[in-house]
Design a protein. Structure first.
Length: 324
């Protein structure tokens, strides 16, 4: 069952890893409590004192029962290791009650908002009852928003049990992480015979079935020069590949400004990473082999799903290496 704890707090008190919020109903009850107390003092009516004592006991009972409900509850969270942005993935929860004899009632599990806005978790998990020495499995929806590593380290356990006058929240530590891939966009794929010089986010045809060797023409990339043939003839000759069959491309990614030798601006970085990831995704899905090359590393060529995942993992973490 999934629903949101809907209330409007009128007062919030934080202590240790607990947060106590007074609901609108609770605020009205406390206001009534003060009215009864003032009336009992002014009139000396014993009946009003009894009503006042009963009202105070409600508050004490509410605090004791809510604390017992939160006590002994642990939460385990599991996520897929990698996710694509804007897609929904199940976030599995296992809520366990380790108490031997006392059940827990009316529990809500909520996740705080990510301060970096990298992901969002939809809805709230609700448990009417968790019996002693038992556990309940729930699933929420996890949606990646921005690429990069996402770490979940805190979850909020809430209850308004038993009267709904107060909402008590307990912060529980958890350990869950996933890697959000870059955004995959529709891009224009290069024809099999298109070459380009190595640079920023460009593509080079790395190889295919050799079709012929011809004279060098202006505009041909130096990477396609056949040096042995050129040495024999004394003139530059280049390799020409057949148009059909499997082709191999090299994607060049440079995230450092050559003039300042520092990382490019965040907007430029995201554009280059998105372009490279989209090209890798669509080329491999088309059946071509892809190699990713940066100033620091170069992957082997491949066109398997495992190879695509390896490239996307690298691109997802670009720029976040210093945050590990």
């Amino acid at each position: 069952m999934k629903k949101k704890l809907d209330y409007k707090p009128v007062f919030t008190l934080s202590y240790f890893n607990r947060t106590l919020q007074v609901t609108r109903e609770g605020g009205g009850f406390i206001f009534l409590l003060f009215g009864v107390g003032i009336g009992a003092i002014n009139t000396g009516n014993n009946l009003l004192y009894l009503v006042l004592a009963m009202c105070c006991s409600f508050i004490v009972v509410s605090g004791v029962l809510s604390e017992q409900t939160l006590k002994g509850i642990s939460i385990e969270v599991s996520l897929p290791k990698t996710v694509y942005p804007d897609d929904s993935y199940p976030l599995h929860l296992k809520i366990s009650n380790s108490k031997k004899t006392i059940p827990s009632y009316s529990l809500y599990v909520e996740f705080p908002l990510d301060p970096m806005g990298r992901y969002r978790i939809e809805q709230t998990a609700y448990m009417y009852q968790i019996s002693p020495q038992s556990s309940v499995d729930k699933s929420l929806m996890f949606v990646g928003v921005k690429r990069g590593p996402a770490h979940l380290d805190t979850v909020h356990l809430k209850t308004s049990f038993p009267f709904g006058f107060f909402v008590k929240t307990k912060r529980l530590p958890i350990t869950a992480e996933t890697l959000i891939f870059p955004v995959i966009k529709n891009v224009a794929l290069p024809p099999p015979t298109e070459y380009s010089e190595e640079g920023e986010g460009t593509i080079g045809l790395a190889g295919d079935d050799l079709y012929s060797i011809r004279e060098y023409q202006p505009g041909d990339p130096m990477a396609s020069v056949h040096w042995k043939s050129s040495a024999k003839t004394g003139t530059l000759r280049v390799k020409e590949f057949s148009k059909g069959g499997l082709h191999s491309y090299t994607l060049f990614l440079n995230i450092v400004d050559p003039q300042t030798n520092i990382m490019v601006k965040p907007e430029t970085l995201e554009n280059r990473v998105t372009e490279t990831a989209s090209l890798a995704y669509h080329l491999i899905r088309r059946g071509d082999e892809v190699c990713l090359k940066t100033p620091e590393m170069q992957t082997p060529s491949g066109n398997s799903e495992t190879h695509l995942e390896h490239i996307l993992k690298y691109l997802a973490a670009v720029g976040y290496e210093d945050q590990k």
